[in-house]
Design a protein around this ligand. Structure first.
Ligand code: MG
Length: 372
């Protein structure tokens, strides 16, 4: 497939209310939309690392720049016939998985369109339906959190994830567990703790949580392996797994029993599928995470989550949970209790709304082959 041109759109998407986690508070989600052109066809990808380098070392302004100056020029004007080849062409540039992921996702959308098939089928899945969970960031009060969790449980969400940070920790989990003794619950610590906090995680064991997501530093494996030996609850790694190689090493040293796979964080769908396969081979539970992307990025996450190894509900949310309007269309809706479905259209079937793209855009760049 010949790559004729790549457009980048750095956008800022306002949230209905701030998203509070162990690394801070986001009022907008900053993303980089990638438009990849091959002949008559256009594929879309999205890199959503947030506005500041607080979740990982990457940030939307940096992703825009490294993609414009270093990554996209390595693809335009070339024939790229597989995700593996695309990754190979980008491999000279170290790190920057979100930036590489935006390009990889756009390639997969284009590729599936070229085959005339929905992306989930091209990835090898047989059913378009995905089970999703409900997530709750740090709220103003415990009563507010309990009311929201109650609404999610009543609505039939298959599991509930709670953001967890100093000051919003063990008493919060105790209150939720007492109110909902049978709900599937887990916490996400977003790398807010250190190995010295092991007693806190030992004390949490009694609440029967499904997992502790990323308790320790964002780039750590060794301390997670040490912590896992001291607690009963499985550790799930999110931030630490930035590549297939990191996943392999994490499993080799017992750093986790669960992996949250986000296409952006691992450099795209090519690597996300490889990590899914690695988890299946090793009997490791995995599930699909999200970065509050627009419907474009979410459509890729849905396609990924249709694969058979993803047996724990995904972090995929209906648009209206976080946004007044979605940059992408169609927006994401639940289809039945705790479920979403991939679209029955070639590719991801989702594109940015042109008016909203214009309104929310901070920067735009065009990358075409340089003249010989
Ligand atoms: Mg997480």
């Amino acid at each position: 497939m010949h790559i004729d041109r790549i457009d980048l759109y750095h956008v800022s998407m306002p949230l209905i209310s701030p998203w509070r986690t162990a690394y801070g508070e986001d009022h907008v989600i900053e993303s980089v939309l990638v438009r990849m052109v091959s002949g008559e066809r256009v594929g879309w990808g999205e890199a959503s690392p947030l506005a500041a380098p607080t979740y990982s070392p990457e940030w939307a302004g940096g992703v825009f720049q490294v993609t414009r100056d270093w990554l996209a020029p390595r693809l335009v004007g070339r024939d790229v016939s597989s995700g593996a080849q695309l990754q190979q062409l980008l491999s000279l540039i170290k790190g920057n998985p979100f930036a590489k992921g935006g390009l990889d996702l756009a390639w997969w959308d284009l590729h599936a369109q070229q085959l005339g098939q929905p992306l989930y089928q091209v990835l090898g899945a047989t059913s378009p339906t995905v089970t999703v969970g409900a997530d709750f960031g740090v709220q103003d009060t415990l009563d507010e959190l309990l009311a929201r969790v109650g609404a999610a449980v009543t609505a039939g969400f298959a599991r509930v994830k709670l953001k967890f940070r100093p000051g919003w920790d063990l008493p919060m989990v105790r209150a939720v567990r007492q109110a909902f003794p049978n709900a599937v619950l887990h916490i996400d610590c977003n790398s807010g703790y250190r190995l010295e906090d092991a007693p806190l995680f030992q004390a949490l064991d009694e609440f029967g949580l499904a997992m502790y997501e990323q308790p320790l530093a964002n780039d750590d494996l060794l301390d997670h392996a040490a912590l896992q030996k001291q607690i009963r609850t499985p550790i799930c790694l999110d931030e630490s797994i930035t590549s297939v190689d990191k996943a392999r090493k994490a499993l080799a040293i017992g750093a986790c029993r669960v992996i949250n796979i986000k296409p952006g964080r691992v450099g795209g769908l090519t690597n996300a599928v490889a990590i899914h396969d690695l988890c299946r081979l090793n009997g490791i539970l995995c599930w699909v995470g999200g970065m509050l992307e627009s419907a474009v990025g979410v459509a890729h996450c849905i396609a990924l989550a249709t694969l058979p190894g993803f047996t724990y509900p995904a972090d995929i949310f209906p648009t209206r949970t976080y946004y007044v309007e979605d940059l992408g269309e169609p927006e994401i809706d639940l289809l039945g209790k705790s479920q979403v479905t991939a679209l029955d259209r070639p590719g991801i079937g989702t594109v940015p709304n042109p008016d909203r793209l214009g309104r929310l855009q901070k920067q735009h760049a065009v990358i075409v082959p340089s003249k010989p």
